[in-house]
Write a protein that binds this ligand. Structure first.
Ligand code: COA
Length: 377
């Protein structure tokens, strides 16, 4: 391989919404909703015809998930016990859509950090879980908003693994020579697909956008991350599912069609995904001739602190420190495909030339992706 078909990560970008919701605020609003619903249903509950809804708890949320707060684009309606979903008004077609808008913000930061002009980009991949419309592709809208006239874009959805699948796709374009500079953008408005009235999951998600600029080494800035190897895997499971779609839609405010929002069997996901991901990392390390214990840092998908602890332990052979496997779950919660990229964006600048690290995602599908990187500084 020559320099022009070796893929590297030139830079990343991050857009974080201004507002956040603490567990305390979230639980107060959820419990107010529960009290209201139980009062409304008091007769049916007394007659044994309806179940009394139980309260949520801050202690449970933090212990079960490691999440302490989450950023959101529409705080007040989410916390209003009479509404409990974001209110992001539909925009006219002449205006940029909200998903493209936050994607552009993350992309501009990545481009600036790489010293790259938008017109130098050949392709834009919008890789995320929660696309807001069928077409035109959000990626094409982002491409236009950035002023990339000569290039192409498309959307791809592999749920929480969208970013790593996007990185491998971009890396393959560089390897094959079909592009030299590719923006992979992960705008995630997870608050729109979360059932804020569901006690088992109301605390899980937050909103954010990340961007990764994947380029050929010959045009990359002096400081970059060489993509040493990528590996993707999918295995069908109904344990994380969302049935929303144009053939079977509902209002986000509906209390009945729960499966048109995010639903999961959290325990099963935990049990099945930990070994799947740990084995995948170890097998790919072996293929690449990398001793897993030599990985200086793991930037894992941010869904649950306990899952990350177990995966890191199986890979490194010991309990990982915060330095070896940083978490952003406490402040960002689960941000689907963006989680491992936020961790990488915030916790990678201190690594030294030659240090090896791993970006790893896992989620619905099931889907999992590994991106082994080496710092060049
Ligand atoms: N407040 C208080 N108690 C709650 C609660 C809440 N918000 N939610 C659930 N509980 C209770 C349950 O009712 C249950 O009570 P019981 O033991 O009396 O039946 C108990 O807490 C344990 O519930 P469970 O759902 O088994 O919790 P858990 O320990 O599995 O944690 C998750 C839940 C979702 C945090 C965890 O399973 C998880 O993160 N799994 C992986 C999810 C994942 O990665 N998904 C990918 C999404 S992209």
């Amino acid at each position: 391989m020559t320099d022009h078909n070796i893929p590297v990560i030139s830079a990343t970008g991050l857009f974080t919404p201004e507002d956040s919701i603490s567990n305390e605020e979230l639980v107060a609003s959820f419990n107010a909703y529960v009290d209201l619903a139980n009062r409304e249903n008091a007769e049916a509950i007394a007659a044994g015809e309806a179940e009394e809804l139980p309260h949520s708890s801050v202690e449970f949320i933090e212990k079960a998930s490691g999440i302490k707060s989450r950023f959101v684009l529409s705080k007040e309606p989410i916390l209003d016990p009479q509404v409990m979903c974001p209110r992001l008004p539909e925009r006219p077609n002449e205006e940029i859509s909200i998903l493209a808008e936050i994607g552009v913000k993350a992309a501009l930061q990545a481009l600036e950090r790489a010293g790259r002009k938008p017109e130098d980009v050949d392709a834009v991949l919008c890789a995320c879980s929660n696309l807001q419309r069928a077409y035109p592709a959000i990626a094409v809208e982002i491409q236009a908003a950035l002023g990339i006239e000569d290039g192409f874009g498309f959307d791809m959805n592999v749920a929480c693994s969208s970013a790593t699948f996007g990185i491998q796709t971009a890396a393959d374009y560089i390897r094959s020579g079909s592009a030299r500079s590719v923006l992979v953008i992960n705008p995630e408005i997870c608050s729109g697909h979360l059932n804020w009235r569901d006690r088992d999951s109301h605390f899980i998600f937050g909103d954010v956008a990340t961007a990764i600029l994947v380029e050929s080494r010959d045009i990359a800035p002096a400081q970059h991350w060489e993509i040493v190897g990528t590996k993707l895997k999918t295995q069908f499971s109904n344990n994380i599912r969302n049935n929303f779609g144009f053939l079977n839609r509902t209002s986000p405010e509906s209390r009945d069609d729960k499966d048109k929002l995010f639903v999961q069997e959290g325990r099963k996901v935990f049990k099945e995904v930990v070994p799947m991901v740990a084995n995948m990392i170890n097998q790919q390390s072996e293929r690449l001739g990398i001793e897993p214990s030599a990985l200086r840092r793991l930037w894992l998908h941010q869904a649950n602190a306990g899952m990350n602890r177990l995966i890191a332990q199986r890979v490194l052979g010991h309990e990982a420190s915060e330095d070896e496997s940083p978490t952003v779950l406490d402040t960002y919660a689960n941000t689907s495909s963006a989680g491992s990229i936020i961790a990488f964006h915030k916790h990678s600048s201190d690594l030294a030339d030659g240090d090896l690290g791993l970006i790893c995602s896992f989620g619905a599908g099931y889907s999992a992706g590994t991106v082994f990187v080496r710092k060049v500084a």
